[in-house]
Every structure is written in structure tokens, then in C-alpha cells.
Ligand binder design. Structure first.
Ligand code: ZN
Ligand code: FE
Length: 255
């Protein structure tokens, strides 16, 4: 059974520590070294590798300090290099971690041009591309790019565990209810997420199956959402990418 520990950082980031072998972990998006070092010292674990999804500082800010102490492989998108990335990865590439874990790289531009996701062992590390009940803002990419990236993730099996990099579930569900008020699964998820947050629990990971039912950014093909997006855009939306783009603009306008 795969074990993944959560290391909270900043206000709402999650750094993931994937157990790759006895006593060893791979760190995903260590934006801050301090909580990671505290975690490693507390547990006695040793880092084996660092996986980076994109260049933003809240995902990479701890890398330099960590590799100065543990000179490990730093995997990250080949498209945009940043200091300390020593294993550039591309779409379709596979990386072996520990003795028996294999992760595949998915190129997922949109939030940034360089964003990649890592999928393997039933787990998806999706950084700021797919969020629980939401998706990353389009800082660099086009709606078409982000829609294509999210469609790539939507094609993964329903039981895939979604490990994104932020705790944004409640805010995202508030918008999801506006976008799809008749979707009972969104209402049920909102109640469950409110209970979890009130108890101080993370709402990440979720499953891709739940995301497909409740995440408006994976539902451009659903007629009710398309109609709502067309009302917001005040024009017909000819395809999934256009629906996605309108839903993203709609949420941006309410944030
Ligand atoms: Zn980001
Ligand atoms: Fe981020």
C-alpha cells in the first residue's frame, strides 16, 4: 500500500512526501524547505528525489536548500529550466522511484507553459493544473491548452487519487454550486468538505471519479454546464475548450 504524507506549507500549499522504499521519500513541489526539513528530522526519513510540477516559487522555493543538504535528483519540466533542476522530463517519459514505483510524465500546459503532472501507482500529482473541485488559473497558457491538459487527466481511471498542491476545495465548491446548482453531488461534496475542514482535516487527495462528477472544469461536455456557461458568456460556445474558457473566466470574475 502506497504511503504519502502531507506536509502543509505557507497558507494553503501541500508538499507531498511519497514513500518510495523503506526510510526513503520523494518530495513533490517543496516550495518551502523549513517544514520539509522538520518533517524529515521528525520521521528520520531520507529524500530520494524531488519532483517539480512547474516553476512557481510556492512549488520550487525550498529546492535549493534541500539539495544543498541532500544532493538528490530533481525532476521537473524540460520546457522551463530553473536552478537546481537536474533531470528535465518530457511528455511520456517514465521515472523509476525506489525499487518498484514507476511514474509517467504528462505535459499539462495552461496554468504555466511548463506545467507537468506525474501519474503512477494509482496516484496523480497534478500541482496547480487540476485542483479538488477546481483548476489552476491561466497565467501563461490558453483555454485551449488547459482544456486539452485537463482532458488528458480526465482520461485517467476513476479511482486515481488526485494529489494537488493546494487546499482550495471549499472556495472551489462555492463556485461549482453557482455553475451547476442542480448537481446534487456537488452539494454532498460541499457538506463533506465543510465537515472535514471544520475538523482540521485536508480535503486532498480526492479521486478522479469524484472530480468528474463535481469539478466544473472537467465537465465542459455536460449540457447543463454548457448552457450556464453560454448564459455567462452571452454567446454560443461551439466546443469544449470554449465552454471551459467561459467557465474559467466566470470563476475569475467572482474571485
Ligand atoms: Zn502555480
Ligand atoms: Fe501553487
Amino acid at each position: 500500500m502506497l504511503r504519502i504524507d502531507c506536509i502543509p506549507a505557507f497558507d494553503d500549499n501541500y508538499i507531498w512526501a511519497l514513500h518510495t522504499a523503506p526510510g526513503r521519500v520523494a518530495l513533490v513541489d517543496p516550495g518551502d524547505a523549513e517544514p520539509v526539513i522538520a518533517y524529515l528530522e521528525r520521521t528520520g526519513l531520507t529524500p530520494e528525489a524531488i519532483l517539480i510540477t512547474h516553476h512557481h516559487g510556492d512549488h520550487t522555493g525550498g529546492v535549493a536548500e534541500l539539495v544543498a543538504r541532500w544532493p538528490v535528483a530533481v525532476y521537473g519540466p524540460a520546457r522551463k529550466r530553473f536552478g537546481d533542476l537536474n533531470r528535465p522530463v518530457r511528455e511520456g517519459e517514465r521515472l523509476a522511484l525506489g525499487s518498484d514505483l514507476l511514474f509517467e510524465v504528462l505535459d499539462t500546459p495552461g496554468h504555466t507553459r511548463d506545467h507537468v503532472c506525474y501519474v503512477g501507482a494509482g496516484v496523480l500529482f497534478c500541482g496547480d493544473t487540476l485542483f479538488t473541485a477546481g483548476c489552476g488559473r491561466l497565467f501563461e497558457g490558453s483555454p485551449e491548452q488547459m482544456h486539452a491538459s485537463l482532458e488528458k487527466l480526465r482520461a485517467l481511471p476513476d479511482d486515481t487519487l488526485v494529489y494537488c498542491a493546494h487546499e482550495y476545495t471549499l472556495a472551489n465548491l462555492t463556485f461549482a454550486r453557482v455553475a451547476e446548482p442542480a448537481n446534487a453531488a456537488i452539494e454532498a461534496r460541499q457538506q463533506a468538505a465543510q465537515r472535514a475542514r471544520a475538523a482540521g482535516e485536508a480535503t486532498v487527495p480526492s479521486t478522479l471519479g469524484l472530480e468528474k462528477q463535481t469539478n466544473p472544469f472537467l465537465r465542459s461536455h455536460i449540457p447543463a454546464l454548457r448552457e450556464a456557461a453560454e448564459r455567462f458568456a452571452a454567446e454560443p460556445l461551439p466546443n469544449g475548450a470554449a465552454v471551459f474558457g467561459a467557465v474559467r473566466r466566470w470563476k475569475d470574475a467572482l474571485d
